[in-house]
Design a protein around this ligand. Structure first.
Ligand SMILES: [Zn+2]
Length: 449
């Protein structure tokens, strides 16, 4: 009898050991920094003004590239970063979605995310989280949250909306008092790099004051500069320097809070950038065969939904195979000068990469071609600057990944990881239970206990 009891105890003990997750050696805090439009060359090529990123890379480990999702645009990508799920599963398939009146709106409410977020997993584990300017984080289960949001009447005014949707209430005013000073609208305006400085100061304050186990922050200035100037403009250099300085503010705060030995830093992004030369409007082809993609407040019979370097074909009624056939015929009959500008991504390929399950097919343009929604004007016109949205097989669209600090191996260099692997990697480091539906932790980076 005694022996049986002991064996039972032993089995119980073994089961307990197997289910308790353990954090990576010494790591108690993970800081996830997403630099919008972050490219691997910013740290691999020393001519970019990014000394903090380059030394983080030297002290820790990195990937030469991160394979993105499709479309490689900001909101679906940030949702993959925080869930480890592809868009088909997390439900955020585009930056903007049509509302009941068929007006496209940015998604901001975290309830729209259909898979578990890292923030939820952190809370479930009884730990505290904080977040600054993260897309689709309004109402999220975050202890100290200053979400990415702007006034519905003035997109430049983030200040009043952040104040309104901050949790706990009064957190933004606390920031004004202790982190950034009394703010004007333009102190948190995408048009100015001041926004990166202020967001990083808020992160620094939250780290010093509340010492969250997990903090996510979205640094935005680089993206705007790359849209305007393409991959290598002077404004991009300035924005990269600004993002690098924002990272330095966060690293300083970790030291000031006496958390350096217990903190892991991840710097990554949502997508890279491609220089553009021309803009294509495929909805004009639909108009040529009698399908109007812009019909006021009604849902059109069919349309191409543009997503920068991509477009997704949608039928109002998925069973409307006549319309689909008509459109496919039109596409097949296009002159070679247009056909060579893109390839058609079929449904099975969209399924493989977890893209929008409702699209019949997608257009993946070649480098240099940007796609817009318009169904009037020029079919193809010159355009300068940069864009993203492209299919992940274009090398320039890869984002970057650096990991450094507590619990992290030094000097591991991987050629490529997936965007969906980043959330489970962060969860593994924290030692919390988290089921990323599409990603897995990159164990090469993590010290084994
Ligand atoms: Zn972005």
């Amino acid at each position: 009898m005694k022996t049986i009891f002991s064996i039972k105890n032993l089995i119980l003990w073994c089961c307990l050991c197997c289910t308790i997750s353990v954090s990576a050696q010494g790591s108690k805090h993970v800081i996830l920094i997403s630099i919008d439009g972050f490219r691997p060359d910013f740290y691999l090529d020393k001519s970019w003004p990014a000394p903090n990123l380059q030394s983080l890379m030297k002290e820790g480990s990195y990937a030469k590239g991160v394979r993105c999702i499709f479309p490689s645009v900001t909101y679906p990508s940030h949702t993959t970063l925080i869930t480890g799920a592809f868009p088909a599963r997390h439900g955020i398939t585009y930056n903007t979605m049509p509302n009941a009146q068929h007006v496209y709106e940015w998604t901001t409410d975290s309830k729209k995310i259909k898979s578990q977020t890292l923030w939820q997993a952190v809370r479930k584990a009884g730990l505290k989280s904080a977040s600054i300017s993260w897309p689709i984080s309004v109402g999220a289960e975050i202890d100290y949250n200053l979400p990415e949001i702007w006034s519905s009447t003035n997109m430049s005014d983030r200040k009043s909306a952040i104040s309104e949707f901050a949790t706990p209430r009064g957190l933004f005013e606390e920031m004004e008092e202790y982190a950034i000073g009394k703010a004007e609208i333009n102190d948190l305006n995408l048009e100015y790099l001041t926004m990166d400085e202020n967001n990083s100061r808020m992160a620094a304050y939250l780290i010093r004051k509340y010492k969250p186990s997990f903090l996510s922050i979205h640094i935005v200035g680089v993206d705007g500069a790359e849209h305007k100037e393409g991959r290598s403009g002077e404004g991009v250099r300035k924005a990269v320097a600004s993002a690098d300085h924002a990272v330095s503010n966060i690293l300083d705060a970790v030291i000031k809070a006496n958390l350096k030995d217990s903190t892991t830093i991840i710097v990554t992004g949502d997508h890279g950038f491609v220089d553009i030369e021309r803009v294509l409007a495929p909805n004009i082809w639909l108009k040529e065969i009698g399908i109007d993609s812009k019909v006021g407040t009604q849902e059109p019979v069919a349309k191409f939904q543009a997503a920068g370097g991509a477009a997704f074909f949608h039928l109002k009624d998925l069973k409307d195979l006549n319309t689909l056939e008509k459109v496919r015929k039109k596409m097949d009959a296009l002159p070679e000068e247009y056909k060579k500008l893109f390839r058609i991504v079929e449904r099975d390929e969209l399924d493989k990469i977890g893209a929008d399950p409702h699209a019949s097919f997608a257009l993946a343009p070649v480098k240099g071609i940007y796609i817009q929604d318009a169904n009037t004007g020029a079919l193809l016109a010159p355009k300068t600057g940069g864009a993203h949205g492209y299919f992940p097989d274009i090398p320039e669209i890869q984002t970057g990944f650096i990991i450094s600090g507590a619990g992290i191996n030094k000097g591991v260099v991987l050629n490529s990881i997936g965007l969906e692997d980043i959330a489970p990697t962060a969860a593994k480091i924290l030692g919390i239970e988290f089921k990323a539906p599409d990603g897995k932790p990159v164990l090469e980076f993590i010290k084994s206990n």
